[in-house]
Ligand binder design. Sequence first.
Ligand code: F0G
Length: 458
Amino acid sequence: MKLPYAEPFRIKMTEEIHQSTRAEREQWLKEAHYNLFNLKSSQVFIDLLTDSGTGAMSDKQWAAMMTGDESYAGSKSFEQLQETVHKITGYTYLLPTHQGRAAENVLFSVLVKEGNIIPGNSHFDTTKGHIEFRKAHAVDCTVDEAFDIDNLYPFKGNIDLDKLEQVYQTYPKEKIPFCLVTITCNSSGGQPVSMENIRQVKELSDRYEIPIIFDAARFAENAYFIKTREKGQENRTIKEIAKEVFSYGIGMTMSSKKDGLVNIGGFIALKDEHLYREASNFTIIFEGFITYGGMAGRDMAALAVGLDEATEFGYLESRISQVEYLGHQMMELGIPVQQPIGGHAVFIDALRFLPKIKRQEYPAQTLANEIYKEAGIRCVEIGTLLADRDPKTRENRYPKLELVRLAIPRKTYTQNHMDYIAAAVKNVFDRRSAIEKGYQIVWEPNILRHFTVKLEEI
Ligand code: F0G
């Protein structure tokens, strides 16, 4: 009998979580203005809001915490991190930041100017936020396969070369500071970008003299998909694959809260000293001195170990197989999910799940709230609320997909939790025809509204 995969770790410490009653959850949701970001974690049984900074660290990472060097300048922990980042990415210059969006803020302060165009594959919302905040535009060049949830195309994070070339032909190169490749592509469903596609994007961009920058939050998961799905890559290590990927860019922004396997942190890594010098000024203004940039020495020490562990095949196999296990269970129960299952999350198609809810009543938010009411599971809307309003017309932007994301924290929940989640979603699915009304907005901020928006039931 073929042995199934099993986690290459055992559990040394646990944290209690609590069940609640449906009546309690209904009350809490109302008090939270029907926005799951407003719930207290004590009101949540299984928290699938995000896989960002919510995972468990290894004993070696905890041990590294104790060795953290808290010197303001020239910390040993910074050196360790720099060495590891260089080993994994090939990039020489490192600027730590307190998280991924801070890396975007620092780097884009140098590179992005008003009126600029930044093509890429479905930019993440904070990335887009940092681009639009600078009155520049993000152009989504993701392949069309990504928007058909039943299409089994193995690299739905890929960039469509025709769409990209269209952008390069429409605007002068002075207006396009870089092409942003997000690995894996969170907004298209945690979907990977193939090595072949990255090579082609590099070749095309070279012809137009446009550099590539990676948003590398889940680069290790992306490398796992390249290894397991792409012909000719199966015998390479994750680290070899990652290094080749990074070789095609001039640098990266990183949210260490994902594939850094830590609870807080981020960084910029760069090939070029000149760009590093320019970005250093903004690091000092926004984040802190260039050898800590908003991170404690102990957090940099844990991150150095985390990056190493995240780029090991055994860890990635158990990580991605757990997400797949949940996704396949849902598929067997008839629940419409994005296929193939993504690296860090299962994405449910809310338009198919709740066809009676109009787009302007936020079907994905409606479904996320129903799943919470059903079983105390918190997930997140990746739909119209997240897509926000057009900065010029202030009209709702309706994205091609209206999804609910069930993001799985790393090394945190067990297979029994996955079974519980699938059963809960199935119960909502069974009563879906009785869910006829969605929500309307009563208050929203000007930008990144989904975090703080207040809603009421229609
Ligand atoms: N890029 C990608 C692809 C991301 O998924 C995120 C965060 C960021 C950048 C920003 O990093 O949170 O450290 O500031 N994604 C989280 C999520 C929040 O839930 O998907 P950050």
